[in-house]
Design a protein around this ligand. Structure first.
Ligand code: ADP
Ligand code: MG
Length: 611
C-alpha cells in the first residue's frame, strides 16, 4: 500500500484538463466562451491542422489588466464569481476558473491583451508551456481585447494525442462548436479560418431577417423553409425559435440546438418533452430538427452540474417539461398549408439559390419518406369521401383564422378568394389530386390526407370515450421494485387520471385492477410498467395517449379513401378545404407528407422558360 501524497499543481491541472480539454474543439469552446463573457462583439478564429497545430482566437472584448494576466492562467482564478451565492444568478458562460489553467497544462499558450481599464493603453502578454509559466509579463502591441493562442495541443500528453481523429474530423467538430455559439449570440460577428482560408464569415445580425439568414447559413436553407416559428411565454418561462415541420425530419439527431439562457445544453428532460410533442406527427425512427431558446430566471436553473456545463438542472423540472411539451405540441398542431407554402416574398429565401418553392433537399427528403411503405394500402373502395363526410361524422371545426399570423397568411387574407391549397383540377392515377393555387401546383396524396383528417376527427370523438375505465376480470399482479411500488402508491391520482387503477399489495408488488377501456386487450403488464417508469422520471406519461392514438390511427387508415377511387371535383375540393382546417394535416398518421407544392417559377425553371 502506497502512502498518501499531495498531487503537484501541474499534475492536478493535467488531470482536470482531462475533463475539460478533450480535443481541439473543447479548447475552441472554452476560449470563445471567455471572449463572449468579455462582451466581445467580434471574434476571429484561426485554426491550423484541425486545431492541433494552432488555435488562435482574437476578440475585441474588455481585455485583461496587466496584473491579472498571470492569474488568468492559474487554476481556480476567475473574475466571474466571488462567492457561492453568485452562482445562483450567474449570467456568464464560465465561472469555474479552470479552463485556461487546464489548456495551458497540455499546450503552449500565449495570452495577449489590452484592457479597456488600462490607463496607459498598453498591451501585455504572458506565456505558458505545459504548465511551466514563463514568468515575466512582456509588452506587446495589441488593440483593445484579447488574443489567446494555443499551439501544439497535447504535445506533452501523447496518450491524448492518439485519440485525435483526422484533421478534417477535428475541424468539423470545431465548426460545430462555432455554429452552436453563433446561434446563441446573433449580435456577435464570427469569422473562422482554417489553414489560412476563410470557411465561415457571419456578420452581426441587426434584424429578424438577418437572424433567420444566420439560422439558414448554419442549419441549411431547407431547415428554415420547412420550419415553424415558436414564441410562447407563460409563467416566467419563454420559449422561442424554429422547429422543423414533421416532413423535414432527419435520420440523425444532428440538427438539434437547445439553449437555456443562452447556454447550449443537452438534457434528457428537454429531449423527452420535444420527442413527445412530435410523437403524433413524425415518422417512426426519424428525428426532429430545432433551434430553440428557453429563457427563465437564472435562479430557476442550476448550471453547475457538469465540468463542461453541457447539462443543467431545473428547479421545477416538471413544469419546464410540461411547458415545452405544450408549447411545441400546439405549434405543430396549428401549422396549416397556408403557412408552409413559400411565397417568394421573403428576402431570406431570395438570397438562397433555389430558395423559392420547395428546396431540392426538401424534395429529396419527401421522396425518401414516400418510399417508406404505408403498411399495405388496400384497394377496397369502402367509403367515398362524400359519404364519409355526410355519414354522421362530427362537423369539422373550421379554425376562425390561421394561428400563425405571419407575413404569409396576411398575404392570403388580402387575396382571400384563393385558398392555400387552391382548387382541384384532376385526379392522377386514382392516387393524387392535382390542384392549382395562386402561384403554383399542389399535388395531394388523397389517401394520406384523408387518413389524417379522419384520425384527427376520431381523436376528438374519442377523447370522452378515453376516460372510461374497464375493470379487469382477472387483476394483473406485477413484481416491481420498491421505488416503483412507492411511486404507484404516491402517484395514484396521476395514474387514475390516466385510467389506471393500481394497488400496492406488498413492498415489491402491485395489482392492476382497471385500465382504459380501449386498451383492455393490449399488453397490460408492459403498458403499466412503461407508464410507471415515465411517471417516476418525468412526473407524467404520454404513453396511454400514444397507445390510444396508435389504435385510432390504425382505424383511421382503414376507414379512409383508398387509392384507385375516382373522386368528383367537388369531393376533391372538399378534401382540400378539410385539409386546410385540420390540425397536423401536412403529414399523414405515419409522418409522410400529404401534399407537395411546386411554384410556377420552379416549373418555369424546369422548362428553362425566360432564361
Ligand atoms: P472562467 O472563464 O471560468 O472564469 P478561465 O480559466 O476560462 O475561467 O479564465 C480565467 C479568467 O481569465 C476569466 O475569469 C477572465 O477574467 C479572464 N479571461 C480569460 N479570457 C478572457 C478574454 N478573452 N477576455 C477577457 N478576459 C478573459
Ligand atoms: Mg472560461
Amino acid at each position: 500500500m502506497n502512502r498518501i501524497n499531495l498531487l503537484s499543481q501541474r499534475l492536478a491541472n493535467q488531470i482536470a484538463a482531462g475533463e475539460v480539454v478533450e480535443r481541439p474543439a473543447s479548447v475552441v469552446k472554452e476560449l470563445l466562451e471567455n471572449s463572449l463573457d468579455s462582451e466581445a462583439t467580434r471574434l476571429d478564429i484561426d485554426i491550423e491542422q484541425g486545431g492541433v497545430k494552432l488555435i488562435r482566437i482574437r476578440d475585441n472584448g474588455a481585455g485583461i489588466l496587466k496584473e491579472d494576466l498571470p492569474l488568468a492562467l492559474s487554476r481556480h482564478a476567475t473574475s466571474k464569481i466571488r462567492e457561492l451565492t453568485d452562482l445562483e444568478t450567474i449570467a456568464s458562460l464560465g465561472f469555474r476558473g479552470e479552463a485556461l489553467a487546464s489548456i495551458s497544462s497540455v499546450s503552449r499558450l500565449t495570452l495577449q491583451s489590452r484592457s479597456q481599464l488600462a490607463e496607459d493603453a498598453l498591451a501585455w502578454q504572458v506565456q505558458a508551456e505545459g504548465q511551466e509559466m514563463l514568468a515575466e509579463v512582456t509588452p506587446v502591441s495589441h488593440p483593445q481585447g484579447t488574443t489567446a493562442e494555443v499551439r501544439d495541443l497535447f504535445f506533452n500528453t501523447p496518450a491524448r494525442r492518439k485519440f485525435l481523429r483526422t484533421e478534417k474530423t477535428e475541424f468539423a467538430r470545431i465548426e460545430e462548436i462555432v455554429k452552436r455559439l453563433a446561434l446563441s449570440r446573433f449580435d456577435v460577428q464570427f469569422t473562422i479560418n482554417h489553414n489560412q482560408r476563410t470557411v465561415h464569415h457571419l456578420q452581426a445580425v441587426r434584424s429578424e431577417f438577418e437572424k433567420q439568414r444566420r439560422v439558414s447559413m448554419v442549419c441549411g436553407p431547407a431547415f428554415v423553409e420547412k420550419s415553424a416559428l415558436v414564441d410562447v411565454e407563460r409563467a416566467g418561462l419563454r420559449l422561442w425559435g424554429w422547429v422543423s415541420l414533421p416532413t423535414f425530419s432527419r435520420s440523425q439527431a444532428d440538427l438539434q440546438y437547445f439553449y437555456v439562457n443562452g447556454r447550449i445544453i443537452r438534457d434528457k428532460l428537454v429531449a423527452h418533452a420535444i420527442r413527445q410533442a412530435y410523437r403524433d406527427v413524425l415518422f417512426h425512427g426519424r428525428h426532429p430538427a430545432y433551434v430553440l431558446y428557453l429563457e427563465l430566471a437564472p435562479s430557476a436553473v442550476d448550471v453547475n452540474v457538469h465540468p463542461t456545463k453541457h447539462e443543467v438542472r431545473f428547479r421545477d423540472s416538471r413544469s419546464v417539461h410540461d411547458f415545452l411539451f405544450i408549447a411545441l405540441h400546439k405549434t405543430l398542431a396549428e401549422v396549416r398549408p397556408g403557412d408552409q407554402i413559400p411565397k417568394g416574398i421573403d428576402p431570406v429565401n431570395e438570397s438562397v439559390p433555389g430558395g423559392r418553392g420547395i428546396h431540392p433537399e426538401a424534395m429529396v427528403q419527401m421522396q425518401s419518406q414516400d418510399e417508406l411503405s404505408l403498411g399495405g394500402p388496400g384497394t377496397s373502395n369502402k367509403y367515398s369521401y362524400q359519404q364519409f363526410r355526410d355519414n354522421g361524422q362530427q362537423p369539422l371545426q373550421y379554425a376562425a383564422g390561421f394561428a400563425h399570423k405571419n407575413a404569409l397568411t396576411v398575404l392570403y387574407q388580402t387575396d382571400a378568394e384563393i385558398p392555400p391549397l387552391g382548387y382541384a383540377l384532376a385526379q392522377l392515377h386514382g392516387i393524387y389530386i392535382l390542384a392549382q393555387n395562386k402561384d403554383g401546383l399542389i399535388v395531394v396524396d388523397m389517401h394520406a390526407a384523408h387518413e389524417r383528417i379522419t384520425y384527427e376527427r376520431m381523436k376528438i370523438a374519442a377523447s370522452a370515450e378515453q376516460l372510461k375505465m374497464q375493470t379487469l376480470l382477472v387483476p394483473v399482479s406485477l413484481a416491481v421494485s420498491q421505488a416503483e411500488a412507492d411511486c404507484a402508491e404516491e402517484q395514484q391520482q396521476i395514474l387514475l387520471s390516466l385510467g389506471i387503477e393500481l394497488e400496492r399489495v406488498a413492498a415489491e408488488s402491485i395489482v392492476v385492477r382497471q385500465v382504459p377501456a380501449l386498451l383492455k386487450d393490449s399488453n397490460v403488464e408492459q403498458l403499466v410498467r412503461d407508464v410507471l417508469s415515465d411517471v417516476m422520471e418525468f412526473g407524467n406519461s404520454e404513453r396511454i395517449q400514444a397507445h390510444h392514438d396508435d389504435l385510432l390511427s390504425t382505424m383511421a387508415c382503414h376507414g379512409s379513401v383508398r387509392a384507385n377511387r375516382q373522386l368528383t371535383i367537388p369531393e376533391m375540393n372538399a378534401l382540400l378545404r378539410d385539409m386546410e382546417a385540420t390540425e397536423r394535416s401536412g403529414q399523414c398518421n405515419h409522418g409522410r407528407p400529404t401534399w407537395v407544392y411546386q411554384s410556377l417559377d420552379a416549373l418555369d425553371k424546369l422548362f428553362m422558360r425566360g432564361q
